[in-house]
Design a protein around this ligand. Structure first.
Ligand SMILES: [Zn+2]
Length: 99
């Protein structure tokens, strides 16, 4: 019965948290550049968010939905995250769901 191990570093964990706040500014900038989790989840899933049919990984929509979009919407989906993709994705999704 020697299962009660005492971690020697247990003390310092609590004290160290406050110090990291001073570096938070740098980290925040990185997080803002990342795509929203909801859109990222669509990309890493294989279900189309508009019609629930199978789609390829790392694409926003399945082929049928993608080709149902206007040329402008298609090209807007080639924008990067943070450079218009979110808006294009949201617009395309509501367009596909409505009609
Ligand atoms: Zn679809």
């Amino acid at each position: 019965m020697a299962s009660n191990k005492v971690s020697p570093s247990g003390k310092s964990e609590v004290g160290g948290v406050d110090k990291e706040v001073s570096n938070a500014g740098e980290r925040l900038a990185d997080e803002q550049a990342a795509p929203p989790a909801s859109i990222l989840q669509v990309f890493i899933s294989n279900v189309c968010p508009a019609c629930s049919k199978p789609k390829k990984l790392n694409t926003a929509f399945c082929k049928a939905c993608y080709f149902g979009l206007s040329r402008q919407m298609k090209s807007a989906l080639w924008n990067r995250f943070g450079e218009g993709f979110e808006e294009a994705y949201t617009a395309a999704l509501s367009f596909l769901r409505c009609g």
